[in-house]
Design a protein around this ligand. Sequence first.
Ligand code: GAR
Length: 230
Amino acid sequence: MKKRTTKLRLGVLASGSGTNLQSIIDACANDNIDAQIVRIICNNPDAGALQRAERAGIPRCCINHRVFTGRRGFDAAIIEQLQHDAVDLVVLAGFMRIVGADFVQAFPQRIMNIHPALLPAFPGLQVQKKALESGARFSGCTVHFVDAGVDTGPIIIQAVVPILADDTEESLSARILEQEHRIYPLAIQLFAANALKVEGQRVIIEQAWAGADKLRAEVLLNPPYTTKTI
Ligand code: GAR
């Protein structure tokens, strides 16, 4: 595993309130990840993520998808900005636009996304509601590399969140978001440490990576097994 000599340069794309962005800003500031955010791009001028960027003093801009007639022009403007900033890894943090094939080709296996469900279950939108209505006992969140499909790229890390009897879409979303804030910085640090190798649809995590013991597999049951319940 080759150690990186300079900090990984991140370009973060966000559309909304930016709590995932904040977890990455904090992880960079606390040296929990060997990376620096060199650019934050929002497609929505009112995104809370822009204010977070401003507070943190990070270069930021709005590239509003509404001023483009099609996705290609919008994607091209973002690619140009990210290439200008010499970004090593593109981080989609609550970015609610689908990135096109040109975008994926410009940054092969160098775009990550976070999704609020356990992929490959529940791709797309409103997935916390769909998970709740499906009757599943677990949902969670996934960090994956972005490929040409929607939420189909190789999975890097997931966190499992039980769905409780009295859950609403809001309560489940909030518990999932808490886990998102834990796993996204970890996935970025795995990338920064050159610990990720993609083989087809699978992501291999180099065991030599110092934090590998944190990723020990654990068995989850929901509802939990107790002798009283049987
Ligand atoms: C997060 O739950 C993220 O997983 C989701 O949007 C939310 C953004 O929250 N992303 C998607 O659904 C992507 N399709 P944030 O702005 O507070 O980070």
